[in-house]
Write a protein that binds this ligand. Structure first.
Ligand code: BGC
Length: 494
């Protein structure tokens, strides 16, 4: 879970010292911004929508949300979507990443009742984007399972939910086949499963450390693969678009040159990225993950590994279900080897057994998990290329959170400048096949358990104002100018 503690000092970033790449972004490189239905739409039961697990979690467990808030209204994009699209257009962006709320389209969770008002909302939104010449990049699942599927079926712990997701996906492919060409199945399986069904800190709040989270992960990956195959077989030829899954990771830097620390950092990457990516990009879980969980499960007295195995058919079915690698990345941590955790209660952290920490001199993005380390982005991109081959990569989220909401957000400008510079380094120096960058985010939103206390928007939203007026921060004009010039400094070279 991401917990925010510190206020970022504007002068603390020191990014001026970093060398900013002065080359232009290559021709054809695309820029966009991202957000998600449960974080901006509001209208939580409007026009036939039903409760999602996040609505329910916030309503029934206010103590789990730092300010006890709910996403009932959020940024009110359900009513203000035209304004949002106008901002995206004014920024000159190529794409707008948004998500569809499952329970707005299918209030029962199943395909028996399609909510026409919900369908119309997204139709209107897509029409607005089309008129603005902005490509929608549409996530089908950004953490907001219909609550009814949690209550009746146990949510992502039940494989049936993977089939229900596939049916919901098919319906969306059909409903929006003329509107959407960039499809994303699921956002960040790790947060869905590890935090939602392992730690229990995210909705639906199931605590099942080292057990439920792995069952969930298998089901989420199967759900993704089913949706991919449906798209591939029934829609790709006519829709002529792309489909993939979004995977997130922090970069983990070895704490020293020692073999143990190098191994520990690699193990951490395999547990935080490989666990969710390898079945899709390479076939099956990473070997180190298989081995460690099997070994510890046995010592703990389980008769089989807590990590559910894929059958041979499943391995083949899942492998290759991507059109490109979609990456969410925000920050970096150091990693050192440590003795294996003693055998006791199962847990994901004990399965990994490493020590993570932050260099004290790294500027803080106001949270314990959040350090501003642009070179971490470059190393991660290079690691992805080394690990998964010369695959096309799109950054689907990257941005800076603070807890001040300050309008003169020079720290956010520096963050974008540094991280975009790292992207240019990766493209030009390391020949990483990076084709697009999506910032999180354009407007302030409801930040899950951080409620309305964490700000990532280039536009400020006053959540106590019924109008939810969007007001540009300094970063909005910087980003707009960067998109127009395709350059991070005053003068760029080819
Ligand atoms: C999620 C977003 C979230 C962002 C910033 C990502 O993990 O996909 O929904 O708002 O991080 O915390």
């Amino acid at each position: 879970m991401k917990v925010f503690f510190f206020i970022l000092s504007l002068t603390s970033l020191g990014l001026a010292d970093e060398e900013i790449n002065s080359r232009y972004f290559p021709e054809g490189f695309k820029f966009g911004v991202a957000n998600a239905a449960p974080q901006i739409e509001g209208g939580w039961i409007e026009d036939g929508k039903t409760e999602s697990i996040w609505d329910h979690f916030a309503h029934t467990h206010p103590e789990m949300i730092i300010d006890g808030s709910t996403p009932d209204i959020a940024s009110d994009s359900y009513h203000k979507y035209k304004e949002d699209v106008a901002l995206v257009k004014a920024m000159g962006l190529d794409h707008y990443r948004l998500s569809i709320a499952w329970s707005r389209i299918l209030p029962t969770g199943y395909t028996d009742k399609v909510n026409q008002a919900g369908v119309q909302y997204y139709k209107n939104l897509f029409a607005e984007l089309k008129a603005a010449n902005v490509e929608p990049m549409v996530t089908l699942y950004h953490w907001d399972l219909p609550q009814v599927l949690e209550d009746q079926l146990g949510g992502w712990l039940n494989e049936t939910v993977a089939d229900l997701f596939a049916e919901y996906a098919r319906l969306c492919f059909e409903l929006f086949k003329d509107d959407v060409k960039m499809w994303i199945t699921i956002n960040e399986s790790k947060q869905v499963c590890q935090v939602g069904y392992g730690m229990g800190a995210y909705a639906p709040g199931v605590v099942s450390n080292g057990i439920g989270e792995y069952i969930c992960t298998k089901n989420v990956i199967l759900a993704h693969a089913k949706a991919y195959h449906i798209y591939d077989e029934e829609f790709r030829a006519t829709n002529k678009g792309t489909i993939t899954i979004v995977i997130d990771t922090t970069w983990f830097e070895p704490g020293s040159d020692s073999e143990e620390d190098q191994e520990a950092a690699e193990r951490m990457l395999q547990f935080t990225f490989g666990l969710y990516a390898n079945p899709i990009f390479m076939g099956n879980w990473p070997q180190v993950v298989i081995d460690r969980i099997a070994e510890r499960s046995e010592l703990e007295g389980f008769s089989s590994s807590r990590l559910p195995a894929f059958t041979d058919e499943e391995i083949v079915y899942i492998k290759g279900t991507y059109d490109y690698l979609a990456l969410n990345h925000y920050s970096t941590l150091m990693v050192n080897a440590t003795a294996d955790a003693p055998i006791g209660d199962p847990s994901y952290d004990n399965d990994i057994s490493v020590l993570t920490w932050r260099q004290p001199e790294w500027p803080s993005g106001s949270a314990d998990w959040f350090a501003v380390v642009p070179w971490g982005m470059r190393r991660l991109l290079v690691w992805l290329k080394k690990t998964y081959g010369d695959v096309e990569i799109i950054i689907t989220e990257n941005g800076l959170s603070d807890n001040t909401g300050i309008m003169e957000d020079d720290h956010r400008v520096s963050y974008y400048q540094g991280y975009l510079s790292a992207c240019l380094d990766a493209i030009y120096e390391d020949e990483v096949n990076l084709s697009a960058y999506t910032a999180w985010s354009i407007i302030d939103d409801w930040e899950w358990t951080l409620g309305y206390t964490s700000f990532l928007g280039m536009y400020y939203v006053n959540f106590t104002d019924p109008e939810r007026t969007r007001i540009p921060r300094k970063s909005a004009s910087w980003f707009t100018n960067m998109v127009a010039t395709r350059c991070l400094v005053d003068t760029c070279t080819e």
